[in-house]
Design a protein around this ligand. Structure first.
Ligand SMILES: [Zn+2]
Ligand SMILES: [Zn+2]
Length: 374
């Protein structure tokens, strides 16, 4: 007879309601697996979509009518966000158990767990497209998105099983406070890819960030843009509190919620709206790149293609390939002390996750004491 040890996992039940659920503690299933214990968990900006608005029925209807893209059904299931589903896909964790073939990691080590599962060796992973790994399975293989995205569960859990652990788990560099990289699994890395490569190709370029939808991503992006030598960073958002954070990073923060100029070399659309997408594209300079980090669920999102043609503007959007860019991002944070924790507006006790995870705030981080001294 085997004894099943129960553990806790945070699950989304319906808009405004999350609860702890009991589940069997995960065990190693392959010699390449690891078990980790998350001790910091960030709330991804995208997780607020079903929590703060009852979108499940509307999405179900939208899928049936063909006005919501069918890929939403493949990722979230035919009834999107029907609870209870495990939630949470940003964490810093400590390693508690390693499969026999996992090299390069130690028990107690502090690691970032990327939101998407990847193997590290398939052709897609080799190209840096780790969030669309060939071997991970499904339309997306990820933590905290429910059963359509695999058996991985959420990261707000006692214990998490991580496959391909030697590749997946990226150690927090020595000297970097874990709180600083609480969102490195997803939102911090998403901001990095939206700004840093585009600015590297356009040194000293000007940057516009439309914030307020993907709340934390926009702020991280503004901070990264300033830290990477942008000539100007304009951060646009209706929230005075978020404008203050952006300003503290060195961005300009016009009071009116619209771009004060035209002709930005790099645009980050983090308002997460179709209108934001159009505003961002029309504010872009010839040869600019606009990266959109939100969810644009509709099949009929209007995009000003003729304007883009005339100005040679590139629209970039897609899942962020966090695992591929984590080494560069973490080394930057280690070297510069980039204060990403400034974006965290609420740090809550782990035990309070059910109420805290529903808080209307820019960036929530859950915290409990690590077991090891790190
Ligand atoms: Zn996310
Ligand atoms: Zn792969």
């Amino acid at each position: 007879m085997t004894t099943v040890i129960a553990g806790r996992e945070l699950r989304f039940e319906r808009a405004g309601r999350l609860r702890w659920h009991e589940r069997a503690v995960p065990e190693l299933r392959a010699p390449t697996d690891a078990l980790v214990r998350p001790f910091l968990a960030g709330r991804c900006d995208g997780d607020t979509l079903p929590i703060h608005r009852p979108v499940s029925r509307a999405l179900q209807a939208g899928l049936a009518l063909g006005v919501v893209d069918p890929v939403v059904g493949r990722i979230c299931g035919p009834v999107p966000f029907r609870g209870p589903v495990p939630i949470g896909h940003e964490c810093v964790a400590e390693v508690v158990e390693l499969g026999s073939e996992v090299t390069g990691l130690e028990i107690g080590q502090r690691v970032i767990v990327p939101w998407a599962v990847s193997c590290g060796t398939c052709p897609r992973c080799a190209r840096g497209l780790t969030s669309t790994c060939d071997r991970a399975g499904g339309p997306l293989a990820a933590f905290g998105f429910g059963p359509s995205c695999g058996p991985w569960g959420g990261m707000v859990a006692d214990t998490v099983r991580v496959p391909y652990a030697a590749h997946m788990l990226v150690p927090v560099p020595p000297g970097v406070p874990a709180e600083r990289v609480a969102a490195a699994s997803d939102n911090l890395a998403d901001a990095w890819r939206a700004v840093v490569p585009a600015l590297a190709d356009r040194p000293g370029g000007s940057v516009l960030v439309l914030g307020g939808g993907a709340c934390s991503i926009g702020l991280y992006a503004a901070g990264f843009a300033v830290a990477h030598g942008a000539a100007v960073v304009d951060y646009v958002d209706r929230s005075a509190a978020r404008r203050a954070i952006a300003e503290s990073f060195g961005a300009r923060v016009p009071a009116r919620p619209e771009p004060p100029d035209r002709g930005y070399d790099v645009v980050v659309e983090a308002a997460s709206t179709a209108a934001g997408l159009r505003t961002g594209l029309r504010a872009a300079a010839p040869g600019a790149v606009c990266t959109a980090v939100g969810y644009y669920l509709a099949t009929g999102t209007r995009v000003p293609l003729m304007h883009m043609y005339a100005t040679d503007v590139t629209l970039h959007l897609g899942v962020s390939h966090v695992r591929a860019l984590l080494p560069e991002l973490l080394e930057f944070v280690r070297r510069t002390g980039f204060p990403a924790e400034r974006v965290t507006t609420v740090t809550a006790d782990w035990d309070d996750a059910p109420s805290a995870y529903a808080t209307r705030t820019t960036k929530l981080v859950l915290r409990r004491d690590p077991v090891s001294t790190g």
